[in-house]
Design a protein around this ligand. Structure first.
Ligand code: UGA
Length: 442
C-alpha cells in the first residue's frame, strides 16, 4: 500500500519505517524542514535502537521518502496516518492544533478516497473532530462527493522509546477503533505480517484505551514508589516486595521498579490529559491526581535524602550519572534526572554530569554552569557524592575500586536502585537507594 505519514517524530518515523518492513511504500511529511533535510541525508534526528539501519535500508530500496510538501505525496496515498505531536498545554489539556491543521490541509488536498488513521494520542472525541475537519476541507474545495466516503480509524500507539521498532514489529496487541467493520479488514491488511492480538472496538474506546494504558502503568510506578517509602520507614526492602507481589499473575512483574519516578514525553502528559478529560466530563479522577502528586513528591524525597547527608549543598562537588528519562534513549523531556540536576545546581552544588547518549539533548536544557564529563569516572572525580539518576547498564560495568579512589567521599545516592545488588559496601562505599533495607546485604 502507499502510505502517507504526517509527523516525523518518534511515533511517525518508527511507524513509517516499520511499515516499510511490512512491504509498504511510505512518504513521511513534516513541517520541520531541518528534520526532513536530515532524514533525506539518511540521519535519524534522535537516538532509537534499530532505526538508523532501517532508514538507510528503506531509502536504498526506495520504500520511504521524506518531504515537507504534503501536496506532492497525497495524491498517491491509500492510507494517511496522522502522527503529529499533541503536547500538553499549561493547564494539562492536549494541544490539538497541529493535528487539526494537518486534517484541514488533507481535506483541501485530497482528490480520492483514502483511509484516515489517527496515531497521535488524543482525547476521546478527537478522531471525530479530525474527520469533521477533513470533511470541511473537502467541502470548501467543492469535493462534497468525497466527504461522505472518507472514514477515520483510531489506532493508538503503544511504542516505548528505546524499544519502539521492536514494539511496532511485535506488538502485544493492536487496538483499532472504527465505525464501519470494513475498515477493520483494511487495517488488518495494512498490518499483514505481524502476529498479534486484535482489539476491534469503537473509536471512543480506542482513544480511551491509550490513555488508560499509560495511566495504569504510571499508577503502578506511583504505587511501588509509595511502597518504597513505607519500606524505608519499616526496614523492608522494596525490591523483595515488588518481586513478591509481581509473581502474582494478576499483578505482574512489570513497572514495579521503585525510584525517582516516571518522566518522558508520554506519562506526565498523558496522565495530566486523562485527569483533564475526566474533569471536562464532570468526573473528579482522584486516583490520577494522587498519582501525579506522588510522582512529583518522589523527587522531593530523593532530594531531601541528599540534603540530609550533604547539607549545605553550596560548594559540594556532585557527580551525576544519567540524564535521559530512561536508558536506551537520548530523550530528556520531563526527565526526573534533569529536574534533580537543576535542583542540585540551584542549591549551589558544583555538578558534573555524564550520560552515554543524552549529552547533546541535555546541554540544550541545563544551565551553562553544569559540566559534562566524558566518562562516568570523570564525572565523579573529586566528588563529595555520586548521584545515579538513569539506570544505564554500563554503570554496572564501571570499576568501583577506581571510582572509590577518585572520589573525595565514597558516597552514592542511587535514584534507580540499579547498583543495589552490586554489594558496593564491600568496596567501602556508603550506598543509599530508594526503599532499600539498610540491614540487607546483597
Ligand atoms: C510509554 C509507554 O510505556 C508506551 O507503551 C507508550 O506508547 C508511550 O509511553 C507513549 O505514550 O508514546 P515511554 O515513555 O517510552 O513509553 O517509557 P516507559 O518505558 O513507559 O517509561 C516511562 C517512565 O517510567 C520512565 O521515566 C521510566 O524510568 C519510568 N519507570 C518505568 C519507572 O520509574 N519504574 C518502572 O518500573 C518502569
Amino acid at each position: 500500500m502507499n502510505i502517507v505519514i504526517i509527523g516525523a517524530g518518534y511515533v511517525g518515523l518508527t511507524t513509517g519505517l516499520g511499515f516499510t518492513k511490512l512491504g509498504h511504500r511510505v512518504a513521511c511529511v513534516d513541517i520541520d524542514a531541518d528534520k526532513i533535510a536530515k532524514l533525506d541525508l539518511g540521519e535519524i534526528p534522535f537516538y532509537e535502537v534499530g532505526l538508523q539501519e532501517l532508514l538507510v535500508e528503506s531509502q536504498e530500496s526506495g520504500a520511504i521518502v521524506f518531504t515537507t510538501n504534503l501536496s506532492s505525496v497525497v495524491s498517491e496515498a491509500q492510507v494517511i496516518i496522522f502522527a503529529v505531536g499533541t503536547p500538553a498545554t499549561s493547564t494539562g489539556e492536549a494541544n490539538l492544533s497541529f493535528l487539526f491543521n494537518a486534517a484541514e490541509q488533507v481535506g483541501h488536498l485530497l482528490d480520492h478516497e483514502a483511509l484516515m488513521v489517527v496515531k497521535s494520542t488524543v482525547p476521546v472525541g478527537t478522531n471525530r473532530q479530525v474527520l469533521t475537519k477533513i470533511r470541511e476541507g473537502l467541502n470548501e474545495v467543492g469535493r462534497t462527493d468525497l466527504s461522505s466516503l472518507i472514514q477515520i480509524v483510531s489506532i493508538p500507539e503503544f511504542l516505548r522509546e528505546g524499544t519502539a521498532l521492536h514494539d511496532f514489529l511485535a506488538p502485544d496487541r493492536i487496538v483499532v477503533g472504527a465505525d464501519d467493520p470494513i475498515v477493520f479488514s483494511l487495517v488488518e491488511d495494512l498490518h499483514r505480517g505481524l502476529k498479534t492480538v486484535w482489539v476491534k472496538t469503537t473509536i471512543e474506546s480506542a482513544e480511551l484505551t491509550k490513555y488508560a494504558a499509560n495511566a495504569m502503568l504510571a499508577t503502578k510506578i506511583a504505587f511501588i514508589n509509595e511502597i518504597a517509602n513505607i519500606a524505608e520507614r519499616t526496614g523492608a526492602d522494596v525490591r523483595d516486595v515488588a518481586r513478591g507481589i509481581g509473581l502474582d499473575s494478576r499483578i505482574g512483574p512489570h513497572f514495579l521498579r521503585a525510584g525517582i519516578g516516571y518522566g518522558g514525553s508520554c506519562f506526565p502528559k498523558d496522565v495530566s490529559a486523562l485527569h483533564h478529560i475526566a474533569g471536562a466530563n464532570g468526573y473528579d479522577f482522584k486516583l490520577l491526581a494522587s498519582v501525579i502528586e506522588t510522582n512529583n513528591r518522589q523527587r522531593d524525597f530523593f532530594m531531601k535524602k541528599i540534603q540530609d547527608v550533604l547539607s549545605p549543598l553550596k560548594g559540594r562537588k556532585i557527580g551525576v550519572w544519567g540524564l535521559a528519562f530512561k536508558p536506551e534513549t537520548d530523550d530528556v523531556r520531563e526527565s526526573a534526572a534533569i529536574d534533580l540536576v537543576q535542583r542540585l545546581y540551584a542549591h549551589g552544588a558544583e555538578v558534573v554530569v555524564y550520560d552515554p547518549k543524552a549529552t547533546e539533548t541535555a546541554a540544550r536544557v541545563l544551565p551553562e554552569g553544569i559540566a559534562f564529563a566524558p566518562t562516568p569516572i570523570d564525572a565523579a572525580d573529586g566528588a563529595d557524592a555520586l548521584v545515579v539518576l538513569t539506570e544505564w547498564s554500563e554503570f554496572r560495568e564501571v570499576s568501583f575500586s577506581t571510582l572509590k579512589s577518585r572520589m573525595l567521599d565514597p558516597l552514592i545516592f542511587d535514584g534507580r536502585n540499579c547498583l543495589a545488588d552490586l554489594g558496593l559496601e564491600k568496596f567501602g562505599f556508603r550506598y543509599i537507594g530508594v526503599g532499600l533495607c539498610s540491614r540487607k546485604t546483597s
